[in-house]
Design a binder for this molecule. Structure first.
Ligand code: SF4
Length: 450
């Protein structure tokens, strides 16, 4: 019988509590006070739900990390992103000094070849099965953990959202994206497990669900079953998806009763030459039509837009940002195109122009890290902020509120307004200090010793 190893998995530490990534604050030039903080690590929670023997630590302070390290561990694993490499290297060096024998690594950061030698073992993709086997266990079926996040203002939660992953991985091959290198095989989360998590969210009063697949709808039949379940448990839902897919699916996703509140949509660019170059199979005109349709249905839209491709100039970027402004999206994320390791774009940019930036903290899609033929890093920063002002003016907050209220009425009738008020009460009074469970009651897993 193999001996049980003491295993700790952690994210990168945070330098101070305001250091936590906040999606909203990173995409506006004004102080929005709207929060969508990243406070939990879905990847680590999937691992914990399926291999409960592993302890996890999410976004600890340095002091919390040190105190945990002193408990003594055989293996410490790190789940991290490229811009967290410096923090993780510091954590690894400290772990080794504190007697940790083995260091494991995973998540997108591990695709960076130059950090791989710091690890004794690396895992690419969604690796619960592989991790379990490395610890002499076998998982038969993956269970989805409960993942609940508050959203709203610092002192007023508008809602608690249940996060849902229905498939993981992506079979497309957009040239800028690391997903094909990270997980190019799409795996479905079992439908029974999805039902369990949706029922749980409903039971504890979390009415909103946000689907965070690479993009939702990749497997048509599975996505259809998920939508039926969302309807069964009367959830209001948001998802990430692709413009070309919405064309085919919108009528069945939004039949007026399902509570489709909003979509995250990769616009990427309004320059058709750029769309072809990055292998994104979408037409700019098609995206504009879809957005009009979504507005007419009262469905919220978060757009994802990129600037700074090599064929773009300051003039062309400003011209295209004008088109983004005209779309009147509810929120827009604007990124500076950033070559990421193990992508075709990295190879192309490195070869043609050279990548000068060695500080990986700047690989957060808000900095120019390579030698653009016509735009300097300083000018790109100005263009980024110009884009924030164009795409996310203060009045867009009111557009969002409009849609929340109208969407609720559309889904639940006028009684929905009462639910909205009850929801506010629950979110701020009942759940004020909700410590969400890391595991379901009973810790259901399908794991066995090999
Ligand atoms: S951008 Fe989206 S669709 Fe394209 S490869 Fe990445 S995850 Fe897949």
């Amino acid at each position: 019988m193999p001996t049980e190893k003491r295993v700790l998995f952690t994210t990168s530490y945070i330098r101070d509590k305001n250091d936590i990534y906040n999606w909203m604050q990173t995409n506006v030039t004004w102080n929005s006070k709207l929060h969508a903080d990243r406070t939990i690590s879905p990847g680590l929670r999937f691992i914990k739900q399926n291999i409960p023997q592993i302890e996890i630590l999410e976004y600890p302070t340095w002091e919390q990390y040190m105190s945990k390290l002193k408990e003594g561990w055989d293996i410490v694993g790190f789940s991290f992103y490229l811009n967290e490499v410096a923090e993780v290297i510091k954590m690894i060096e400290t772990a080794r000094k504190n007697g940790v024998n083995e260091i494991w690594g995973g998540n997108y950061g591990i695709l960076t070849k130059e950090v791989q030698p710091y690890f004794d073992r690396i895992f690419t993709g969604y690796a619960e099965h592989e991790i379990a086997r490395a610890l002499d266990y076998e998982i038969k079926e993956i269970f989805h953990p409960p993942l609940i996040v508050p959203a709203g203002l610092p002192n007023l939660h508008i809602n608690w959202m249940g996060v849902l992953f229905t498939t993981r991985g992506c079979a497309y091959s957009c040239r800028f994206c690391q997903s094909p290198s990270f997980a190019n095989k799409v795996t479905k989360v079992p439908i029974e497990s999805i039902e369990r998590v949706l029922a749980y969210y409903r039971k504890i009063g979390v009415g909103g669900v946000v689907i965070l697949d690479e993009f939702f709808g990749m497997n048509t039949k599975h996505a259809g079953q998920v939508v039926e379940l969302i309807k069964k448990y009367r959830h209001f839902w948001w998802t990430m998806t692709r413009a070309d897919l919405i064309y085919k699916k919108l009528d069945s996703w939004d039949d007026g009763h399902l509570g489709l509140g909003g979509l995250g949509l990769g616009l990427e660019s309004f320059n058709q030459a750029v769309l072809e170059k990055i292998n994104k199979k979408a037409e700019a005109e098609e995206v504009i039509e879809i957005v009009k349709d979504l507005h007419s249905r009262g469905i919220g839209i978060i757009g994802y837009y990129m600037i700074g491709f090599d064929i773009e100039t300051p003039e062309s970027i400003k011209r295209d940002l004008e088109k983004v402004r005209e779309l009147k999206l509810d929120a827009t994320q604007i990124c500076i195109i950033t070559p990421l390791p193990e992508t075709p774009l990295w190879d192309e940019i490195e070869h043609k122009y050279g990548i000068f930036e060695k500080d990986y903290r700047k690989y957060n899609a808000k900095h120019l890290v390579w030698n653009h033929p016509t735009i300097s890093p300083e000018e790109m920063q100005k263009l980024l902020h110009y884009g924030f002002d164009m795409a996310n003016p203060r009045r867009s907050v009111f557009r969002r509120l409009d849609k929340i209220i109208l969407g609720t009425v559309k889904t639940y009738g006028y009684s929905g307004i009462t639910s909205l008020i009850k929801n506010l009460y629950r979110s701020n009074v009942v759940y004020r200090n909700l410590k969400q469970p890391v595991l379901f009651d009973g810790h259901k897993t399908d794991i066995q010793r090999i």
